[in-house]
Design a protein around this ligand. Structure first.
Ligand SMILES: Cc1cc2nc3c(=O)[nH]c(=O)nc-3n(C[C@H](O)[C@H](O)[C@H](O)COP(=O)(O)OP(=O)(O)OC[C@H]3O[C@@H](n4cnc5c(N)ncnc54)[C@H](O)[C@@H]3O)c2cc1C
Length: 427
């Protein structure tokens, strides 16, 4: 269980080991920088963030498609996603930066999923009841807005595409305020906001070991040989999180698998159909426009051979595989036959850290005193980051701040039972 703010802060201020700082955050991706900023904006705790990379957004965050949407199965996760979306939509206010790099582009999100009318009604009510603006659109209404789309809901078997028979859906959930931010920009903004609040953020500084004494973590060893002591270490190392947890002998309960996800970027013609962010139940893929309006970003279908597990995040192959590019383009052409492509196809790859048990993250104290976790975000870490930072910071400091989520801080605790999902990584 997450400790009360007072108990956790007392632990953070533990005098026995003469800490150099109160909290060390390992990793300055979107999660680590959100945790640091959220602690610093609500408390005088001394926070050090270390990242082995040369700058922000070189890990999962830099590859993120940066979609903010709120359709989740668990109502608390809907609220967490929504409060984080409000932060992204009010980024200058949230970060206190007069001219942040990131901003928010509202595109709307359409869920082209096979749902009974009872299931759709339940989703609509769950979303509305938790403050999210949604509509149920009929097929005619969708096609009136976006005539380029096809509304087939029959799963595609990529082994037998020629045998596929379309089956059109009748009603669809539409998230009005869903949109995108700038992942690298938002990460850099949170680093800047953290530094302004007094956080010491050091890039080019790797953690090579976790320092323990009698089963309690009280610091880290850096790659220059220095040992830095603290009250709490927060593991926000993204796809490298297992390496950090192994150093401390922590977190053996959940299977968190760094997994290569492939992205395809396609140019299209100069008429801009303003497609919504589209979640594609036929392929478990997802598509969205780039801000320029003349490129579409396609997340490859959720086919096991396209999602390769790795235990070595440092050696990621960043070019998508030809077979995957072809299948992704075919899937998109099936979903949006009215979009004509021109120009070139490019792409990149990044790492999800998939929680194999329930696709939700592990956030809060580990079973090793002095080590907290913010790991295993699957495909959700960007959209949830502001709220996740708030949950960690509120649990450590006991202090509230604007944009905090109205949910328990131990929702994702290490000792929880798996949370409900609708199946697959969409959760
Ligand atoms: C292709 C793709 C598309 C995605 N699309 C979306 C989306 O649309 N919406 C969404 O919400 N999420 C999305 N995600 C997921 C989201 O990007 C991640 O969940 C999120 O970026 C994870 O952030 P992080 O800070 O935990 O990890 P990272 O960004 O990887 O940061 C971890 C940091 O830890 C550092 N580090 C590691 N080991 C050490 C060490 N020993 N010492 C010091 N530093 C260390 C690394 O250098 C790195 O900077 C996507 C992910 C991918 C790959």
């Amino acid at each position: 269980m997450v400790q009360s703010g007072d108990a956790a802060e007392a632990e953070a201020m533990e005098p026995t080991h003469h800490p150099d700082v109160d909290v060390i955050v390992i990793g300055a991706g979107i999660i680590g920088s959100a945790v640091a900023y959220q602690i610093a904006r609500r408390s005088p705790l001394r926070v050090l963030v270390v990242d082995k990379a040369a700058g922000p957004a070189t890990g999962s965050t830099g590859a993120s498609v940066a979609i903010s949407r709120c359709r989740y199965t668990v109502p608390e996760v809907v609220r967490l996603a929504y409060c984080s979306q409000l932060a992204y939509r009010s980024w200058s206010t949230f970060t206190g930066l007069r001219e942040p790099i990131s901003d928010y582009t509202q595109l709307g999100a359409l869920w082209v999923f096979d749902r009974t009318s009872e299931q759709l009604t339940a989703e609509y009510e769950r979303m509305r009841g938790n403050g999210v603006a949604v509509e149920v659109l009929s097929a005619n209404e969708v096609l009136h807005r976006w005539p380029e789309l096809d509304l087939c809901i029959e799963p595609i078997d990529f082994e037998a595409v020629d045998k596929h028979q379309c089956r059109q859906g009748k009603f669809f959930l539409y998230e009005v305020e869903a949109g995108i931010a700038d992942p690298a920009g938002a990460n850099a903004d949170l680093v800047a906001a953290s530094r302004r609040e007094g956080v010491d953020v050091r890039f080019g500084t790797g953690v090579t070991d976790i320092v323990t004494d009698e089963g309690r973590v009280f610091g880290v060893r850096l790659d220059n040989g220095d040992e830095v002591r603290c009250g709490l270490v927060v593991n926000a190392a993204g796809p490298w999180c297992n390496q950090i947890n192994e150093m401390a002998g922590a977190q053996r309960r959940w299977t968190l698998t760094p997994t290569r996800v492939q992205l395809v970027l396609r140019e299209w013609n100069d008429t801009d159909p303003r497609l919504p962010i589209t979640f594609d139940g036929s392929t478990d893929g997802c598509y969205r426009m780039e801000r320029s309006g003349n490129q579409i970003l396609l997340v490859s279908p959720e086919i096991p051979s396209f999602m390769e597990a790795t235990s070595d995040p440092d050696n990621l192959r960043t070019s998508p595989d030809r077979e995957c590019v072809e299948a992704t383009l075919a899937a998109f052409q099936h979903r949006a036959p009215g979009v004509r492509h021109v120009g070139t196809t490019t792409g990149t790859c990044g790492l999800y850290t998939i929680n194999e048990q329930d696709s939700h993250p592990i956030v809060g104290p580990s079973e090793v005193p002095g080590l907290w976790l913010a790991n295993g975000f699957s495909g959700h870490g960007f959209k949830l980051a502001p709220g996740i930072g708030a949950m960690v910071a509120r649990a450590i400091t006991g202090a509230e701040a604007p944009f905090d989520p109205d949910i328990p801080d131990d929702l994702f605790s290490i000792d929880r039972t798996p949370l409900a999902t609708s199946g697959g990584v969409f959760a």
